[in-house]
Design a protein around this ligand. Sequence first.
Ligand code: AQP
Length: 333
Amino acid sequence: MTNPPVLLSGIAPSGRLTLGNYLGAIRHWVGRQDRDDCFFPLVDLLAVTVRHDPQRFADRCRDFVALYLACGIDAQRSVVFVQSHVPAHCELAWIFECHTPIDELHRMTQFKDKSRRHAKNVNAGLMSYPVLMAADILLYKATRVPVGEDQRQHLELTRDIAQRFNTLYGPVFPLPDAHIAATGARIMSLADPSKKMSKSDSVDANIVTLLDEPARIARKIKRSVTDSESVIRADPTKPGVTNLLNILAAATDVGIASLEDRFRGLGYGALKTEVADAVVALIEPIQERFRDIRSDPASLDRLLADGRARASERAARTMSEVFETLGLIPRLG
Ligand code: AQP
């Protein structure tokens, strides 16, 4: 019997988890757990590329992990762990940094975007974090990486890094593929649908967070920006309406074309009400489970210790192979 493919996907604990993170990423992780060998790190070291609050950081990380679980990630079947608990991520990232031309990193769209957003803190980590991301993936020899559309470029970089390493030293790493869902891959901001919904967005009206109260979620959706045409159809010239249709399609698993049929002749109010109801129906049970899981932080920490042990074991195997391939003196004992 062949081994199931290794799947890895993670999220940085910055800001607040959004509907975009759920529909574009986490929801797709849940369905793969029976089929793939799944690793779901909380990529906490990525979050320190921007200024963070050390007093509240550990609790925020626990919130994120609790949300993973509340969304349906099962820590028995999958390996749920914290990136910083497995130092091999940084060791491999260093080796990859030595094999990644700086120009390639400068070209990354997210680097350009983040350099603009954090103009006073354009640090080396902001530029090199896609290399750490490549290490996160390749350390476990993951071949499936379910992500939203925004991560496609980073996956290409990961493949380039793996390919370069293999060509120089021998075939160590399989090439991973980005698995981008047909629906929900790019959920846009509610108040500014020209940009993606982003968990570190400081404008609350732009995002639906997984921990927003249901009434607040409904209010934000009902106030979302549309247009003056009053016709419900998916169309690049109608980003607000298209976004609402995408959200509804992803939340209810109904195709865009049938939604357009169903809403023919109806106004934006009807669409917004239905989107709000569907999103609340999706998020409310997650919130209930979250409260339950979060009420027992000791269990959460034990679960992460178990995840660390399982992840470390797999990581150590890859690192031995990498060190040997690079000609380093083997670590004995
Ligand atoms: N709007 C989105 N629609 C669909 N998928 C999305 N993802 C992110 N935003 C959307 C997917 O969620 C996973 C985590 O990505 P991320 O950590 O880059 O999340 P973010 O919300 O995009 O984060 P920010 O605001 O850019 O904050 P930083 O970078 O500071 O953490 C990925 O699979 C992503 O594709």
